[in-house]
Design a protein around this ligand. Sequence first.
Ligand SMILES: Cc1cc2nc3c(=O)[nH]c(=O)nc-3n(C[C@H](O)[C@H](O)[C@H](O)COP(=O)(O)OP(=O)(O)OC[C@H]3O[C@@H](n4cnc5c(N)ncnc54)[C@H](O)[C@@H]3O)c2cc1C
Length: 468
Amino acid sequence: MKKDYEVAKDYAGYSFWLEHSGDDLTPRPPLDGSTEVDVAIVGAGFSGLWTAYKLLERDPSLDVLVVEKEIVGFGASGRNGGWCCGDFPLGPSIMVRRYGVEAARAVTLAMIDSVDDIERVCAAEGIDAHSARGGALAIARAGYDLPKIEAMWQEYVDIGLEERVGLLDAAQTSARMRVRDALGTFLIRDGAAVQPGRLVRGLARAVERRGGRIVEQTTVTDYAGGHPPRLFTDRGEVRARRAIVLAGEAYLARLPKLRRHVIPMTSHIVITEPLSPAIWDEIGWERREVLGGFGSTGGYINHTADGRIAFGAYRARYPFQSRITDDLDRMEDVFEHARIAARTWWPVLRTVAFTHAWGGVFGTPRDHMPTMGFNPRTGVALAYGYTGEGVATSNLSGRVLTDLITESDSLLTRLPMASHQPVPWEPEPLRAIGVNLMRQLRYKEIEEVERTGVYPRWTEQVAKVLER
Ligand SMILES: Cc1cc2nc3c(=O)[nH]c(=O)nc-3n(C[C@H](O)[C@H](O)[C@H](O)COP(=O)(O)OP(=O)(O)OC[C@H]3O[C@@H](n4cnc5c(N)ncnc54)[C@H](O)[C@@H]3O)c2cc1C
């Protein structure tokens, strides 16, 4: 029997950010039978909502409907690390190899525009996403990682964007914050810390203020391109005069037609209680830059507006057959790993409680290249595949898809993501074997470098395989 939306799940339990979003998270009503609209969008995460917002900004007369299985922000958008950064999921050097210098530079500039655009929309729409534009720092805490941050810097130099990045030595790093063993930092200037739950929920309200509609507790079970393109849901059929947009990221793997386009990978975060002023004096970190690190204690780290530290672990796992269940959200061994890792960065955290822990899934395409495409013949648009870097990238998806759907020729529609053809993942069990093997090799590499102080010689070969 169908579950009543009024007795829906305890959505606040899915992340600290949703719990502290300021909303009561009561679901909006579901789809009320079959209907026809101009644009129908699957997924009320950042991708779906940015697409809706940008379309309505372009043409306020459009009838836009967003169809969400759970609630706004239920997916990765309401659970992520709050790293809103101008780096694209594919690094500049890989983009140069695949698409050339000009394309790599254009994508990076478009990403920087996205960080700006998110800030602009938040200001214009009164969305208080607790944003702090301090930049993003990748901190090397061992000598063998210094060449890594230099290479990251060089990638931007090679595409002529050296003014957007910087390299800090140990003293410059510790002038910003005291992190144990910090030897140097790669700085991306265009980065911000955000409270993603507040951002995604605020964005949904902005979409509605502009006339867009959002239905929740409505599952899209299939879709069909054609005239008109259609979404099939458990509550009726949605026909679209202009386009349907599939913006369900990792969850798209549940749709039979997209099963091999993307795989879900898990990621997990722990968060401390608010730290005392004395601890913040010791740590510094006043600009609330987002931080990342390398090796077994690496992570993605956010200094929240209410004075906590959120520490995301680099311990992604792939669920066999891409099966996404709530059980994936709770991996006690990964939570414990993250707490231990956080305490290596700041030993003072031994005296501090971790109050929340949660997880979610992000989508990984076979070639690590996001797709932001629209086929005018079928009326089907796709936006997915950010490999854990979708907070700013999803805004770019919204802007690219808006230009494609409204047939506006622009620099954005010439970016490689707009013409990218998804590469299918292998069928199971090959897929699980391959993904898990790569994961094990990565851990092996980390183990070896941390034991010997030197990156093993086979590392480059592995990187090349991973890049494919
Ligand atoms: C733990 C974690 C930490 C992360 N940290 C960062 C970070 O710090 N910085 C960063 O840039 N990125 C990060 N990411 C990735 C980033 O959060 C995502 O790339 C981004 O939020 C994707 O947005 P989206 O709208 O495409 O997908 P989602 O936010 O996953 O939204 C998809 C939505 O579609 C709905 N949906 C799916 N299928 C259907 C269907 N059939 N019918 C109806 N509705 C459907 C889902 O319920 C969901 O609400 C992280 C991800 C995770 C899981």
